[in-house]
Design a protein around this ligand. Sequence first.
Ligand SMILES: *Cc1c(COP(=O)(O)O)cnc(C)c1O
Ligand SMILES: [Zn+2]
Length: 442
Amino acid sequence: MNVYLKCIEANCQKVLPSNTKSYVCPQCGGLLDVLYDFQLGDPEEIKRVFQQRRLSNDPLDLSGVWRYRELIPFCPDPTKVVSMQEGNTPIYEAPRCADYSGLKRLYLKHQGLNPTGSFKDNGMTAGVTQALLMSSKIVACASTGNTSASMAAYAARANLKAVIFIPDQQIAFGKLSQSLDYGGLTLQIQGDFDEAMKMVKEITEETDVYLLNSINPFRLEGQKTIIVEMLAQRGWQVPDRVVVPGGNLGNSSSFGKAIKELYDLGFIHKMPMVTIIQAARANPLYRTLIYQSPRLIPVEAHTLATAIKIGNPVSWKKAVRAMDWTRGWCDVVSEQEIADAKAIIGRDGIGCEPASATTVAGIKKLVQTKEIDRDEDVVAVLTGNLLKDPDYTINYHQDSLFEMASYKNELIERKDKIQSTYSNAPIKVEPKKSQILKLLGL
Ligand SMILES: *Cc1c(COP(=O)(O)O)cnc(C)c1O
Ligand SMILES: [Zn+2]
């Protein structure tokens, strides 16, 4: 099996060996793809193999990523694979969310039920495995929290040193606590995510430290299996649309690549549209598309959904490609819309972190504008676990969720109140049976 890296820029297309320690094209600075000369044979037969592996106790088969290894065949040595049985996440029908967004039916694939609580595990098992194939001793990432939590865990499993660059402002506590517990060396950079990203890029370019941000194309290979697993769970019934939050745009990029490859290899015969939802004030992709700009229009990002608080997303060109391949599009939702959608996802007994709720909020908006038909078969991907950011949830339900908006060039700090439309506040009550029975209406 031939594995190689290739620059995605049409006028470059430089090819590199897969063990090149380069995260971008050395010739033009473009993003790189991991590509294969696939020789797979009959897709129906491989689908059956995937299905049979669900009965196996082989560690590779128990992983919801490596079970589909024929589609990510970059690791020639199975003993190098670093797995925590990632993936294997449920897909739920969500009737309240469907009602709320105006769809007949809606399915939520919950990547927040991964070992460290986000879809980053799908990618990290692949990224850390590649780090071992490259004989790296130290791995690093800049992170709004979930990447660092995941990298710290997988590095610990692989006996690698993990160095984490996080912004010193606005990181959800659940995520920070994970990095610390898993033993990652955690550096709080004074600045925002984009500044932390700049530092880690420079350091990994100048040293042997291996970069595990989503600019690393091997991580995206692992994330492709989110789509593969979703299709396998649906008996390969292809949905009309897959909706995903957009931050650094790695996940949407990997979805596009998965869908294109599955289509080209004959596993599916239509492509679901990839719809990317950004927060209204962290919307660089949306702006770039609206203004039809050939270059990314970066923004100073503001949102309480910290996982997508990114103004200068590295994978934007791959995300545009994903939308082109699948006739997808991008839209934005407000902080209020995110908060309310998150509460409804909770009411379905499912729950997620704020960034994930952009999906249901976006679907509601697109049904209202008739972009999405009521009958459409839609799968939304919930990216992170409810418990990642308990402060947000508690503040919402206690009617005290504020969006802090301090702009770099302004002296004024604005605090915008988010309405707790679907609040479910705790009730203080004396330890008296009569009072409690009254509250219960009994
Ligand atoms: C990382 C992350 C995102 C953003 O994904 P990108 O690949 O950066 O676009 C969204 N939600 C959660 C919970 C995340 O951890
Ligand atoms: Zn190039």
